[in-house]
Design a protein around this ligand. Structure first.
Ligand code: HEM
Length: 415
């Protein structure tokens, strides 16, 4: 730490800050990031919500430093000053992403490694062809529900439905049960009147599948969790399952939706792909560079006073990882997608001990979802002007709120 940085203002002393949501709820996030860089450098103070400031880390190497150094930057929100001093309201909109929960996501060190290992093992142990077959069947079934209408919304009818159904089926639920599970999760995440009932149903269903697999194991995630020596009881198994669904839901939905949106609205991107000059995997990579599903990732909490890119960080400060900003950092990306084919140093999956354990799984899901839609829906066109496709309001992600399309009517779909 340098004396200079201690003389810099603390986060609490900074005024006139840009709201974090100004970087997501706009047509061009990179112009908001440029404005922040010009004023503050690679680490900028922002307002997470009114009265709650935090640091937004914009540089690629700076994010790597933070995400890889858990001795200095904790993942556990109990170390967030705004939280432990009771400054952030218990019903704050930041809660779902920034308040502590008892799972791997919010843990550090040994506890984190113990809770993460079974998730990694379960994901790695899943046979790829079995997963791919199940995903293709799920996507085909979904398209079959609206293909005869000649119109649909590729977010509400498709991208938003796939992740919960697929993860439910990875737990061992059949298609109907997975649909019931999804309805429970939607009620639970929606925090409306039916949220408690949704929570109860999700817990019941998880308990049922845990008991069923204890009696008769199968080749699924639930059996892998039961087999793991690391998860101590049914509570930890259940929490790990809830974590998998919640971590996989918005991310995978956004990746599918952003890829379909770009294919249908960006002629350069869609043309290269349709013309065979860009493979689907490379197109998916390009989306992870341009529009990573987690635009801004919460959060790390400083465990000691320190200096980061010339900014004064105090113990207890929150740091948000600006993945979309870092992906445009000229130190890792030239800005020319042609030159970058094969470069996977994007931060879409983060880095360090908490890096997403589902990189292979989520790519299989997203690749098959995009491929199945393009294969089964003929002559697809977007039904609204591209500029009317706006993101769901959130400081963290930029998932299109809807992607209305028209296509040739067809009575049936075949795999
Ligand atoms: C089925 C799909 C998915 C599942 C089951 C899943 C699961 C998880 C889990 C369990 C974690 C917590 C890991 C830990 O804290 O050690 C995590 C973290 C994360 N995942 Fe995924 N994920 C999925 C899809 C995605 C996708 C599509 C993306 C983006 C391309 C993504 C990006 C991330 C990021 C950025 C983190 C946070 C890492 C951090 O805090 O530094 N995930 N994921």
């Amino acid at each position: 730490m340098t004396t200079t940085s201690r003389q810099n203002p603390s986060l609490a002393e900074m005024t006139d800050l840009m709201p974090l949501s100004a970087t997501t709820n706009c047509a061009d996030p990179q112009s908001a990031y440029s404005e922040l860089r010009a004023r503050w450098g690679q680490v900028a103070p922002v307002e997470l919500e009114p009265g709650i400031p935090g640091w937004l880390v914009l540089g690629h190497p700076e994010i790597c430093n933070v995400a890889r150094n858990e001795r200095l930057f904790s993942r556990d929100p109990h170390n967030w000053r705004m939280y432990y001093e009771g400054i952030v309201s218990p019903d704050s909109g930041l809660g779902p992403m920034m308040f502590p929960r008892d799972n791997a996501y919010f843990a550090d060190g040994d506890k984190h490694r113990r809770l993460r290992a079974p998730i990694e093992d379960a994901l790695e142990g899943m046979p790829e062809h079995q997963l791919a077959g199940m995903v293709r069947q799920t996507c085909t079934d979904l398209i079959g529900r609206f293909v005869d209408r000649g119109a649909g919304d590729l977010v509400a009818d498709y991208a938003a439905v796939i992740p919960m159904l697929v993860v439910g089926r990875m737990f061992g639920f059949g298609m109907d049960q997975a649909e019931e599970f999804r309805q429970g999760l939607l009620a639970l995440f929606g925090s409306g009147e039916d949220s408690q009932a949704g929570n109860r149903r999700v817990e019941e269903m998880l308990n049922e599948i845990i008991h069923a697999r204890r009696a008769e194991p199968a080749a699924d995630v639930t059996s892998a969790f039961l087999d793991s020596g690391n998860l101590r009881d049914d509570y930890e198994i259940e929490q790990s399952m809830v974590l998998m669904v919640s971590a996989g839901y918005e991310t995978t939905m956004t990746w599918i939706a952003q890829t379909l949106r770009l294919m249908l609205t960006d002629d350069r991107f869609g043309g290269r792909l349709r013309g065979g000059r860009l493979g689907l995997d490379e197109a998916l990579d390009e989306v992870l560079w341009r529009d990573p599903p987690m635009t801004n990732m919460p959060a790390r909490y400083a465990l000691a006073d320190c200096d980061l890119a010339g900014r004064r960080i105090d113990r207890g400060d929150a740091l948000i990882l600006g993945f979309a900003a870092a992906n445009a950092d000229s130190r890792v990306h030239s800005g020319d997608p042609w030159l970058e084919v094969g470069n996977r140093s994007y931060l879409a999956y983060s880095t360090g001990p908490h890096t997403c354990p589902a990189q292979r799984t989520s790519r299989i899901i997203t690749r098959i979802a995009v491929d199945t839609a393009l294969h089964l829906l003929h002559d697809v066109v977007v039904a609204v002007p591209a500029e009317q496709i706006t993101p769901i309001p959130s400081p963290w992600t930029r998932c299109p709120a809807s992607l209305p399309v028209r296509f040739a009517r067809s009575a049936t779909v075949h795999n």
